[in-house]
Write a new protein. Sequence first.
Length: 200
Amino acid sequence: MAFELAPLPYDPASLEPYISATTMNLHHDKHLATYVSNLNKLIDGTPLASKSLEEIILTAAGDAEKVGVFNNAGQMWNHNMFWDCLSAQGGGAPSGELAERITADFGSVDAFKEQFKAAALGQFGSGWAWLVVDKGKLKVTKTSNADLPLAHGQTALFNLDVWEHAYYVDYQNRRADYVQAVLDRLINWKFVAENLKKAA
Ligand code: MN3
């Protein structure tokens, strides 16, 4: 069973003016579509073809002969999560258990945002910034290229794509402005809270 390119969960123009429809369409229809199609080519006719995306990632992680599989499967997983991490109704502040856990583990929501920004800006080259659960504690991390928390025994709650394709059309080299706009205007706290509930 080949993997399919799931449609964007919302209108590509709905995140404007913070992320343009042009960026969203390119990002989904070209970048993600290529990862899905490459993954299907790489696993076709192999034992991996019958596995779930998570099983494929865990099988390929750390296997030098499966770097291509890991990269394309990881990018498919990361983007499937990424779309839901953003919302036109996002931004503002978290509430309930999520807010309590962020305050307990980072000191405050603002302190979380500062740590997250530092990770997103500190990721040299392509990659991702994350809010994860690691051994029962909330943590900010960053990964290179397609790497993801699943491959490190962590549970992802939120991710941000900091590959240049995610922001260059709208922000050129200003990655900091892109990260700030997502944290202030687009972060889908409701989705992050649901992920925390599932992780518990
Ligand atoms: Mn991307």
